[in-house]
Every structure is written in C-alpha cells, then in structure tokens.
Design a protein around this ligand. Structure first.
Ligand code: ANZ
Ligand code: ZN
Length: 823
C-alpha cells in the first residue's frame, strides 16, 4: 500500500544523511545554478504561492540533474525589511527574536515539500556575516560616485512611517498597508540607477527572459525621444537671457505652442508671477503641494486646474509672447518640469485651453485633407477643433512658417536642428526611471555604512570595520518625524571620523530591503568565505545564474535592481559578467476557485494541511497540474483526487511489476506509447509545461494498464524516472524497489526515445468504387472507417469517380479493403 507520509519521511532523511542535494561546488563539471526567489520568512509560514513557484523551479532543477547537470539549488531568507518589522510591531516581539523562529518554521515546511535544497548554503540577510557585504556593496557604490545624498520629495507612508519607492505606491496607496501616501522633503541616499538606464534597456534586446517581464522593464525605464527647447522669458521677467526649458516629444508642433505650463514646484514660478497674480498663484501652489504625487500622475482622469502667472515667454519659432501658467498636471520630476502647451495636438493641453479660453492653433494635418492648391503656410482653422485626436500616416506641417509642407517627422527634426543652430535647444532623450532611493527611516535593516564629520563630510566606513552591526534596541518603533529609531541610540551613532579622527556621527538610516535581495544570488556559492562577498573562482564557475524562476510582481523592482548592481560590480571589476541571470521565466499566478488568494477573503491555502493529508508528491503534482505553469492555475480541492489516484496506480503497477519479475516488451502499442511519452515529457519539462507533461505520464500509465494488464519492469522503470522531477519521493522509493541504486537522482539516466519506435504501423488498403479498384492508400493499422473513408476521398483517383454523386453504401473490412457504392 502506498503510504506517502512514510515514503516521504524516509527519503527526506535519506537525502539529508547522504548529502544528496549538496553538490561539490568545486568538482562539478556541468554547473547548473537553479535559482528561485528567496522568501521573506513571515510568521504565517510558507505561502502556497511560494510553494507553487518553488515547486516549478525544483522540477526544472531535478530534470536538469537527471539529464546530467550538476545542479545547485539554494534557498535563503529575505528577512530584513518592513514586512518583518511591521509584524514584529504587531505582535509586540523584537524582530531579532521573531525572525529566527520564523526561519525555522520555513525550513521545516520547505523540507516537507521535498525541494532539492542544498541546506548547507542558506543565506539570511539579517546575519551580520551577510549584511557585512550588503554594506560593502554600498561602500563600493559610494566610492564610485554612484551613491549620493540629496534632498528629495519622497513618498511617505504616514501609517508605516517610512519612505516608499515609487514602485511601492499602488494607486496612491501604500503597497503594504493601503494608507494614502503623502509627499515629504527628506535628505536621502540614492543610487544613480538612471546613469544605467540605457544599458539596462539595451541588454533587454538579448537576455533570455519572459517577454512580458522584459516589456514591463522597458515601460518602467520609459525611454522617450524628443527635444529640449528654450523659450526666452519675455515681458517684465525677461531681458537677461533667462529662459524656460521644456522637454517635448513633438518638436514638430512648436509653431502651435500657444502657452506654457510650469509645475507648481518649478523654480521660475516665483519670478514669473506678477504682483497682481501673486496671491492666487501662491494659494494654488500650496494646494498642489498637498495633493499626492501618484494622484497627480493620473493627469488624464483629473479635472484640469491651473492659474495664470501674469508672465510671458517667447515662442522661439513664432516670435510671439505666450502666457505662462501653473498647473498640477505638469510634474516637476519628469523632463524639465515645464511644458510648451500645444492645444491643437495634445489632448490634455486641449482641455486646458478650452477650460481657460486659450488660443488653439493647428500645425499638423493629413496631407490628403488639405484643399487642393492650398498653401500649407496659411491653412484656415478647421471647423472641428478636436481634430487633434486623429493621427494619420501622411501628416505634414501647416502654419509653421518655412517648415510648412514638410512631412511631420522630418519637420520635427528640421525644427530641432534649426533651434540647435541658434542655441535654442537640441534633441534629448528622457527616461521615466528615477534614481533608487536607498534610505529607510526604520530599524530593521542594515545600517547605511556612512560617517558624517563636520570637517570631512560624508565618509564611508572603512571596509575593515564592516559590518556596522545593527544594535539591539528595545524601542524600535519608527517615529512620526522621519528620524530613524537608531538616532535615539547615542551609543550607536557617536563615533570618530575615519579620515581625521575627530568626533563624528554615524548615518542612522538603514538601507532598503531591495539592496539585500539585489545580490543574494552572488552569495550562495560563496557562503563559507568570511573575508569576501563572493569568491572569484566560485563565481566564475557558477554565475551567471543558469535558470531563475519567479513571480511577475518582481518585474521592475528586484529584477531591475539586481541587474543594475551586477552591471556596477562588473564595471568596478568585481564580476566579469554584467547580466545576472542567463534565463528568467516568470510563473503564473495561483488563484482559488476563480478568486485571488488573500487573507481578507479567507481563502488562504495552508500547504502544511495538504501535505499532511495527501503527501508532498501529490500536492506538488496537483499544483503543477492546475494549468500551464507560466500562466497560473485555479486551485480546487476536488482536483487533488486525480493526481492522488494516479500516484497510487503508479505505485501498484510498479510494485506488481517488481513482484512479477517480468522484463521486456510484449505489446508494440505499449512500447510505442512509452517512446511517445518519453519524447513528450522531455520536451514539456524543458518548456516548463508541467501540466501537459503530467497528462502524458497519465496517458502512458493508462496504456500500460489497459484491459487489466500487469506491467513489465521495463515498461515502468522509465516512467518512474520521468515522474521523478515532479514526485521525487515516491519515485525514489519505487526506483529502489526495482533494484536501482539510491539516490535515483544520482544513478538514473533520463530515458531516451527512439524515433523509429514512434512510427505508427501502417497498412496498404485497396479502395474500390462500385467494386472496381481505383486506388491504394496507406492508413494506420486498425484505422476506423471514418478515417479510412476521409483518406480515400482525398485521393484524386477516387474523388474523380464519384464526381459529386451520393455515396449509398460503404463496405469497410478493417486493414483489408474499402468499397464505396455510389448511385
Ligand atoms: C508638446 C507636445 C505636443 C507634447 C503634442 C505632446 C503632444 P512622454 O512620451 O511621456 O515622454 N510633458 C513633458 N514633460 C512633462 C511633465 N513634466 N509633466 C507633464 N507632461 C510633460 O511625454 C512627453 C510629452 O509630455 C511632452 O511632449 C510634453 O508634451 C509632455 F502634440 O510637448 B509634449
Ligand atoms: Zn573628519
């Protein structure tokens, strides 16, 4: 009788005692680094979503191992950060006490799930042996001028009392606690990831990643090709050569720029505002500051508001003075924080112009829509002012002076060149990507390794003094003032300057968790070295990561930051590759009965319960059977019965075969089915199409057991290996019972298929029409009447005889002959 819990306990212990999953990293000949996204060890324990991802990655790793690779499959814990800290606050326990017990619980669950984890090389980001090197990385960036402190408007979560990255603000709310996010000015450490924007974009062309993940990164980096144009200040504010600079993607529309708009925070607002307008402008600017940034980014949905400054700037093309407005739909942190408004061709500008009665001039139009013989320099306004929405491929410039009549793109380039020649601008590329804010005014993270000296300024902590240990502080709660909890600990922050020796003060912010996870994969192969973050030799052998599988929710955060850090470390000579992952595949999302799985819905799946009841093998197989792994699946309790029954049948068939001692193949259909199964499962596992691989294994077993047959050893031994990646424990047990040496993963060879055996057996079949032989066709042996008839009708020699006549009768003798009787 198949008893999953006994089998699983036995093999988990066996693997552990025999070091089955601990490859010799130096001796490995075909290193394959199989990475999964390490979890943050929550108090609730392993989430079924984690397990879904890990199982999918583990199957791939086991498959590669069975095909001869030396697979290294490590795991770790992303244990710093706000998630862990908030939980500690909630249950009123210090994170230093909470985390170790959470980690123990995770380890227990991961073992129970039967992952091929190398437990000798785990990583815990809160271990000083780890974060010493997180700090070292900060120091490398600081020394290279890639870490800088600047005063910046930041997203501030009033509930969590911390700064959030833009990526952590979802629809204006804090990703963690759903509180509305506010704006604050704080002095923060930033990594200059924007310096790498173009390289991060360029490499997407060749890295082997899921296409949707690449697209998400492309959009996040957000390259925009356009021009920077100068509008000299005019009127009272003008005269000394000062100007408003704008970024535009449509320099071709310059002649239609009938007003300008500054972001409320723009430094020129003050200067352009006339005395009569001052009160109104200041009120508007104050009100805008209170609106959250994410809300403002939804410019298209919001009602347009704005005020006229009273000032003017000169459109360099028309020479006309245009009014300068202030409006919150223009954002300070994109482009130059100012725009030239072209209401004839931009929808937002159009709505604004209509609301405030500003002039609208059309400067681009489809060539075909121009009246015959019209002079493009002077085209009268169209009745329908909303014409800007339509875009055509034959657009030309109109009402644009000497550029009129030019094709729009070429016209834009010509206008930019002309302005550049007159020192009034030039082409420019803009990115949406922002620098990476590293500072967190929280407790639970690695202290940023910087010392401030009144004389020497900001100094990196000398590398030999790392790590800067995060002290145990009783009161680790964040403060409402934006000052870090560590600032309350004088013993921590009082120090001496590493440059001049005088009294100095430590940085009291800690670093973002995404810095911890930005390099953890580099640490795994080198966990035993305490004098270096990653050993050069090991790194050369094991990196880049061979396969990385993880969730799409990390498309732009972790996956972008880790690419950036790898590039930087490569530039600084610490790594000899600049992309961290040879191949990345995102997995789909697991839902339950059609709904998202969440605590608030009360539909959380506790892996523990299922593993206890059904065993890890059945649970693993079920998770993968739910749907295509890369697209996700819908979890239904009733579905577990299928995989459960299947594994029982595998057990029964294999044990019966072992008992019978029968070998070889006596049924060509079964042998053919086996070769088909081997081919299909091999190809599907390589493509991560686990659900169809499982279906193929099930089909094969049905063929073996057809009509109550007892299997031979040779019929089932390959099946045991084929399902081993998915159901490793039961496979290991059955392999042993068939006389194989343990572990299966070291001794079994992946079965191969013989194309020759796959060919279906065919017969030649004479086809008669009204009793006269007209053709001979080839069909599969035993083909049913419909199939034979179709094949016969496809023959020209047969169909010619029929010539549209009705078939009155079909006489079919299987594998012998077909006779069609027509009227
Ligand atoms: C004139 C114009 C005419 C524009 C037209 C568009 C269409 P992307 O593609 O996203 O880069 N813009 C520039 N800076 C802005 C800011 N800080 N806040 C709000 N809007 C800003 O968009 C670039 C376009 O967005 C720019 O080109 C500018 O409007 C606007 F028919 O300039 B355009
Ligand atoms: Zn000093």
């Amino acid at each position: 009788m198949y008893d999953p819990s006994a089998v699983e306990a036995k093999w988990q212990t066996w693997w552990e005692e025999n070091g089955t999953n601990e490859p010799d990293l130096d001796a490995a000949e075909r290193p394959f680094f199989n990475l999964m996204m390490y979890p943050y060890p929550s108090a609730e324990g392993l989430h079924v979503g984690n397990l879904y991802a890990f199982t999918g990655a583990d199957i791939y790793g086991r498959f590669r191992r069975l095909r001869g690779d030396d697979v290294f499959e490590p795991i770790g814990y992303d244990a710093f950060g706000i998630h862990s800290e908030n939980h500690a606050l909630k249950v009123n326990t210090h994170p230093m006490e909470l985390i170790p017990s959470n980690i123990r619980n995770f380890e227990r669950m991961l073992r129970a799930a039967g992952l091929m984890t190398d437990w000798s090389r785990t990583v815990d980001t809160t271990d000083p042996r780890y974060y010493r090197w997180t700090q070292w990385i900060f120091v490398q960036l600081f020394k290279a001028g890639l870490a800088e402190k600047k005063e910046a408007a930041v997203n501030w979560c009033p509930k969590d009392q911390t700064v959030l990255a833009n990526e952590q603000v979802i629809g204006g709310l804090c990703e963690r606690c759903d509180a509305p996010v506010e704006q604050r000015m704080l002095s923060q450490w930033f990594f200059r990831i924007t310096d790498y924007a173009q390289r991060l974009l360029d490499n997407l062309e060749w890295i082997d990643w899921s296409e949707t993940t690449k697209t998400a990164q492309r959009n996040w980096i957000g390259r925009s090709d356009g021009a920077r144009l100068h509008f000299p200040l005019a009127g009272a504010a003008g005269g000394d050569g000062d100007r408003i600079e704008v970024f535009t993607t449509r320099p071709d529309t310059l002649f239609g720029a009938t007003f300008m708009v500054l972001a409320p925070e723009h430094p020129l607002v003050e200067r352009l505002t006339t005395d009569e307008r001052r009160d109104e402008v200041e009120t508007y600017v104050r009100a805008a500051a209170a609106i959250d940034l994410v809300e403002r980014q939804k410019a298209d949905e919001r009602e347009k508001t704005g005020v006229f400054t009273g000032g003017y700037a000169r459109n360099p093309a028309t020479g006309e003075d245009v009014p300068v407005w202030v409006a919150d739909y223009v954002l300070m942190d994109y482009g130059t924080g100012a725009i030239m408004a072209v209401p004839g061709h931009d929808e937002r500008d159009f709505n604004f112009a209509v609301d405030f009665g500003l002039p609208i001039v059309e400067v681009v139009r489809s060539r075909a829509s121009l009246p015959e013989g019209a002079d493009p320099r002077h085209v009268p306004p169209e009745e329908d002012v909303a014409a800007f929405v339509q875009h055509t491929s034959d657009e030309i410039l109109i009402n644009s002076g000497r550029f009129s009549g030019m094709e729009a793109d070429a016209g834009g380039r010509a206008i930019t060149e002309w302005l550049a020649g007159n020192d009034l601008g030039g082409s420019e590329v803009n990115y949406r990507l922002h620098d990476w804010c590293i500072s967190r005014q929280r407790y639970w993270g690695p202290p940023i390794p910087i010392i401030y000296c009144d004389d020497c300024g900001a100094q990196a902590v000398p590398e030999e003094d790392l790590p800067v240990i995060l002290p145990y502080v009783e009161d680790f709660r964040p403060t409402a003032t934006g000052v870090s909890p560590l600032a309350r600990d004088a013993a921590f922050h009082a120090t001496t300057c590493p440059a001049c020796g005088s009294a100095a003060r430590r940085e009291t912010d800690v670093s973002d968790t995404f810095l911890d996870s930005g390099w953890y994969f580099l640490r795994y192969p080198s966990t035993e070295f305490d004098d270096r973050p990653f050993d050069a030799e090991r790194t050369r052998k094991w990196l880049p990561v061979s396969s990385y599988i993880g969730g799409e929710e990390h498309s732009v955060l972790h996956l972008l930051y880790s690419r950036f850090l790898t590039m930087v470390l490569s530039d600084l000579g610490h790594l000899d590759f600049e992309e961290p992952y040879d191949r990345f595949r995102k997995h789909g999302l697991l839902i339950r009965e059609g709904a998202k799985i969440s605590k608030s819905r009360g539909n959380v799946i506790l892996p523990d319960e299922y593993i206890e009841r059904f065993g890890a093998d059945t649970f693993r197989m079920y998770l993968m059977f739910l749907g295509p792994f890369q697209r996700g699946g819908d979890f239904r309790d009733s579905g577990l019965a299928g995989p459960e029954r299947f594994l029982k049948k595998v057990w029964d068939s294999v044990t019966a075969a072992a008992e019978s001692g029968r070998k070889g193949f006596d049924d060509p259909d079964v042998e053919r089915a086996l070769h088909a199964a081997i081919r299909q499962i091999t190809e599907e596992l390589e493509a991560l199409s686990y659900n169809t691989a499982i279906a193929a294994a099930m089909d094969y077993l049905n063929a073996v057991r057809f009509g109550g047959r007892t299997a031979s050893i040779d019929e089932v031994r390959p099946l045991v290996v084929l399902i081993a990646p998915i159901a490793p424990h039961v496979a290991e047990e059955l392999w042993a019972r068939l006389g194989g040496a343990s572990s299966l993963f070291d001794h079994a060879e992946w079965p191969t298929w013989d194309e020759g055996k796959l060919a279906v057996d065919e017969v030649e079949l004479p086809v008669q029409v009204n009793g006269r032989l007209r053709a001979t066709i080839r069909v599969a042996r035993g083909a049913p009447e419909e199939v034979v008839r179709e094949a016969a009708l496809a023959e020209a020699k047969v169909s010619r005889q029929l010539d549209g006549a009705q078939i009155r009768k079909v006489i079919h003798v299987p594998d012998r002959m077909l006779n069609l009787v027509v009227a």
